[in-house]
Design a protein around this ligand. Structure first.
Ligand SMILES: [Zn+2]
Length: 275
C-alpha cells in the first residue's frame, strides 16, 4: 500500500493537471453521486489535498469530493476526451478543457461539503498529517505522550493513522532506525533525548521521502536524499554502526532494524536503559 509521500506525489500530478480549471465534463459511476454531475459542470476545481491516505477535491461551489483508494484505487491523468484501455472499473471522470483526471477501482467515494468535512468518520479519526508543514516536532512529542498513545508499542503505534496520518511500513522502520530506537518500546519508556529524536524523525523522514525519493536528477538536491537505511536490507551492514540489519514481523508487517545500535528485541528494558 502506498504511504503518505507516494500519495502526496500522486496528488501533485492531479493538481498540476486540473486545479484552477473549469469542469467541462463530470461523470460518476455510483448512482448516489450522479446528481452531482450537472451541478459540478462549469464549476472550478479549487484544490486537491491529501489527508493521510484520503484525497479531498475541492470545488468552487463548496462541494468536496472525498475518496480513499484503499488497496486498489488509482488515479490517472489523461488528455481531455481520452479513455485509456484498461480492465479497471472507472469510478470518476473530472474533465477540463485540456486535461482530465480519472479514478479507477476505488469504492470509498463520497460527496461532502467544506462545512461537513469535520464530521466525516475517517477524517475525524485520523491524526495530523506528517506532510502538513505546520506540524512541529514539539507537537508530535506532545502527541506521543498523550494517555492514549504513550503506552503503546512504537511498532504498532507508527502504523496507526489515528496517531499520525501518512505513515506506513517503510516509513515506520526508517523512522525508528533514524531515531535509533528499538520497536518494542513505548513513548512512556523513552528518555527526553530519545523522545526528541523520535519526534524529529517522525516528520523529517516522511518529508525527505516526499521531496527526494525517486528523484531522477539527484544533482538538483543539495541536501540529504531519502534512501532506505534498513528497509529490505536484512543481512547488510548498518551504515551507522556496521552491525548486521535483521528482519522480523511486527504488527503483521515485515520489520527491519539494526539490533546493534537500535537495541535488541529480546531485552527491551535493558536496551531502553542503554538508550
Ligand atoms: Zn546500527
Amino acid at each position: 500500500m502506498p504511504e503518505g509521500p507516494e500519495i502526496r506525489r500522486a496528488a501533485d500530478k492531479l493538481v498540476d493537471a486540473v486545479v484552477g480549471k473549469t469542469l467541462t465534463r463530470v461523470w460518476f459511476a455510483f448512482p448516489g453521486l450522479k446528481r452531482y454531475e450537472t451541478e459540478l459542470l462549469g464549476q472550478q476545481i479549487r484544490q486537491i489535498e491529501t489527508r493521510g491516505k484520503a484525497l479531498l477535491t475541492y470545488f468552487s461551489n463548496g462541494r468536496v469530493l472525498y475518496s480513499h483508494n484503499q488497496l486498489y484505487g488509482v488515479w490517472r491523468v489523461v488528455n481531455a476526451g481520452e479513455s485509456p484501455e484498461t480492465k479497471r472499473d472507472l469510478r470518476i471522470r473530472l474533465e477540463t478543457q485540456d486535461r482530465a483526471i480519472l479514478l479507477y477501482s476505488a469504492s470509498d467515494i463520497e460527496m461532502l461539503t467544506v462545512d461537513s468535512l469535520g464530521e466525516h468518520p475517517f477524517l475525524q479519526r485520523i491524526g495530523p498529517d506528517v506532510l502538513d508543514l505546520s506540524l512541529t516536532p514539539e507537537q508530535v512529542r506532545e502527541r506521543l505522550l498523550l494517555p492514549r498513545f504513550r503506552r503503546r508499542r512504537l511498532s504498532g503505534l507508527l502504523l496507526d493513522q489515528a496517531f499520525l496520518a501518512g505513515l506506513g511500513n517503510y516509513l515506520r522502520v526508517e523512522i525508528l532506525w533514524q531515531a535509533q530506537i528499538a520497536p518494542q518500546h513505548t513513548a512512556a519508556e523513552l528518555n527526553e533525548e530519545q523522545l526528541q529524536r523520535l519526534s524529529r524523525a517522525l516528520l523529517e523522514i516522511p518529508r525527505l521521502s516526499y521531496t527526494t525519493r525517486g528523484a531522477v536528477d539527484e544533482n538538483r538536491h543539495h541536501g540529504a536524499i531519502f534512501s532506505f537505511k534498513v528497509f529490505h536490507r536484512d543481512g547488510e551492514s548498518c551504515e551507522r554502526c556496521g552491525g548486521t540489519i535483521e528482519r522480523t514481523v511486527l504488527s503483521s508487517r515485515p520489520f527491519y532494524w539494526c539490533p546493534h545500535c537500535q537495541g535488541s528485541l529480546a531485552h527491551p528494558s535493558e536496551s531502553a536503559k542503554a538508550g
